[in-house]
Design a protein around this ligand. Sequence first.
Ligand SMILES: Nc1nc2c(ncn2[C@@H]2O[C@H](COP(=O)(O)OP(=O)(O)OP(=O)(O)O)[C@@H](O)[C@H]2O)c(=O)[nH]1
Ligand SMILES: [Mg+2]
Length: 314
Amino acid sequence: MMSENRNNKSAENKSEKPSMNAFVTIVGRPNAGKSSLLNALIGEKIAAVSSRPQTTRTRITGVLTQDNTQYVFMDTPGIHRAHNKLSQHMVKAIGESVEEVDIILMMTDCTKKVSDQERALAESFSKNAKTILVINKIDLLQDKSQLMEKIAEYSSLREFDEVIPVSVLEKDGLDIIMKAIGKFAVEGVHYFPDDAVTDQPEKVIMSEMIREKALENLNDEIPHGIAVTVESVNERDLRSGETILDISAVIYCEKESHKGIVIGKGGSMLKKIGGEARAELEKFFDIKVNLQCWVKVKEDWRNREGLIRNFGLS
Ligand SMILES: Nc1nc2c(ncn2[C@@H]2O[C@H](COP(=O)(O)OP(=O)(O)OP(=O)(O)O)[C@@H](O)[C@H]2O)c(=O)[nH]1
Ligand SMILES: [Mg+2]
C-alpha cells in the first residue's frame, strides 16, 4: 500500500505485553457520522464525509495501533432501503459486516427518531458480539434533558454493552469510545503493519477525496450519480528539486445534461472540485499534486452491474 510509504506513522511503543486486537464494525443510519468517527479515531481522513446521506458506498477499513493493541475499524454504508443495483450492493455490504464480528459500534443521530431500519439493524447483530451504541451529534441538542430521552429511546433497540453520547464534530467523548472498545480487545496478532492507517489502495483514497468534493459542491440529484476513478498516478521531479504527483481522474455522471453542470460555466465547477480535492490530496500524501479531472457520462451506471464492478463498488 503506497499510502504507507508516503504517509508514515511509526509505532514507537514496543512492549512486552501480549499482542491484542479489536475488530470494530461501525454501522448505522445514513449521515449519522460513521465515517467522521472513523477518520477521527484513526487520526487521518481516509473516508469521504459529506452532508449528504449515502456518502459511503463500500466497506472501508481504518487501522490504529496503540501500544500492544491494534484496532481495526470497518466503516460501512448507512443502512437504507435499496432502490437500485448499487444500493443493493451497499445494503449487502452492511449485512455481511454485522454477521460475524467481535465488536459492533452502532451509531445514531440524536436529532433523529429511531427508524424501522435501525430497529431491524439492531436485531440482526450476532448474539456473541459486543455492542456499543454511540449517540452522535449531541452538540446539536439545545438542552441535556433531551439527551436522556434519546438515550432511553435508543437503548430500547436492544441491550447494548455500552451507551455513549458523543459529538464527533467537537471530538467530545471519543476517548470514552476508545476505552469501551479497549475493554473488548482480545489477545491476537496484528493483521496490519503497525504503521498502517488503511488497506484502501492509494487510487481509491484519491478518488474518494475527489468524490467527496463533488458531493459537497453539486446540488440536487447529481451527486449520488457520481463515480470517480483515478486513471494514473505518476511522480515527476521538478527543476526546483521538488517532486510533484501527477494524478489523472475521471468523474463519471449519469446523464449528458449532468456533465455540463459538473463542468460548470467556463469550467468553474470542475475547477472548484479539483482545487479542493488537490488541497486535501496534498495534505494527506504530503506531496505537491497536479490533478487533472475529466468528466464522462455513463448512462444509468448505478443499475449496470459491469460498471458498478468497474468502479470497485461490488
Ligand atoms: N453537528 C454535528 N455534525 C456531525 C457530527 N458528526 C458528523 N457530522 C456531520 O454529519 C454529516 C455526515 O457525516 P458522515 O461522517 O459522512 O456520516 P455517515 O454516517 O458516514 O454517512 P453515510 O456514509 O452517508 O452513511 C457530515 O456533514 C458531518 O460533518 C457531530 O458530532 N455533530
Ligand atoms: Mg459514511
